[in-house]
Design a protein around this ligand. Structure first.
Ligand SMILES: Cc1cc2nc3c(=O)[nH]c(=O)nc-3n(C[C@H](O)[C@H](O)[C@H](O)COP(=O)(O)O)c2cc1C
Length: 209
């Protein structure tokens, strides 16, 4: 699928077929997701896949009973790692080795990130992790696998279900499965979008349609 086609045809899918999205297929999608951009290239995203009935039922409860959580082949949870130092050493040493920064700068950044406390890093972690989640949706769609991004869930219950550490901030839940293209949802016209001029202004604020 061309990139533009993937962007313009992706839609949030609630109706899935019974066909399983295999762990290998999810692994291939994540292989693509790895190339997403991130703040300082620190890649603070963590993905947890729940693909068993019991786990999906627990997540459905945490998601206020939303049915597609159990109807989907799997549920992907995206977390933002609040520990800026978690991967700092390998990231900054790589940048120095490849000429993106000096060795001194790399050392300085490693020390700075490793000294940071996790508190207050939510916004920072959400930014990069949301981009990675978006890459997931398009990389999946490129393979004919549909998703539905979800923000309607209880954070504590979701974290408890998968045993997320305190430094993993829950960002997004996504259902994943093959779309039921015979279903009524699929027949519906795409939902409205605001106009290009409405969301775009050059030089100074305008639009807002
Ligand atoms: C941050 C976010 C939270 C969302 N939460 C939910 C949700 O809890 N349940 C759901 O069914 N869809 C959810 N959606 C999907 C939106 O309803 C959907 O993207 C929107 O209506 C546009 O439809 P489309 O994606 O099919 O173009 C969410 C989407 C985003 C980006």
């Amino acid at each position: 699928m061309e990139t533009r086609e993937a962007i313009c045809t992706r839609r949030s899918v609630h109706d899935y077929t019974d066909e399983e999205v295999t762990r290998d297929e999810i692994r291939r999608i994540i292989d693509d997701v790895r190339w997403s951009p991130s703040s300082y290239n620190l890649q603070p995203w963590e993905f947890v896949v729940v693909d068993d009935q019991e786990g999906q039922e627990e997540l459905r409860e945490a998601a206020y009973g939303q049915e597609h959580v159990t109807d989907a082949s799997a549920v992907v949870l995206v977390f933002g790692n609040l520990d800026r130092g978690a991967y700092a050493e390998r990231v900054f040493r790589d940048q120095a080795r490849k000429g993106y920064s000096s060795d001194e700068r790399a050392e300085e950044l490693i020390e700075r990130m490793e000294d940071e406390q996790p508190e207050g890093n939510e916004e920072w972690a959400v930014g990069s992790s949301t981009i990675a989640a978006t890459t997931f949706m398009y990389a999946a769609w490129d393979r004919g696998i549909a998703t539905c991004p979800m923000g309607g869930w209880e954070a504590d219950a979701v974290c408890e279900t998968v045993g997320a550490p305190e430094t993993w901030y829950p960002v997004l839940m996504m259902t994943v499965g093959y779309p039921d293209t015979d279903g009524t949802e699929w027949e519906r016209e795409r939902k409205i979008r605001r106009s290009t001029d409405g969301i775009l202004s050059f030089g100074e604020v305008g639009g807002g349609e």
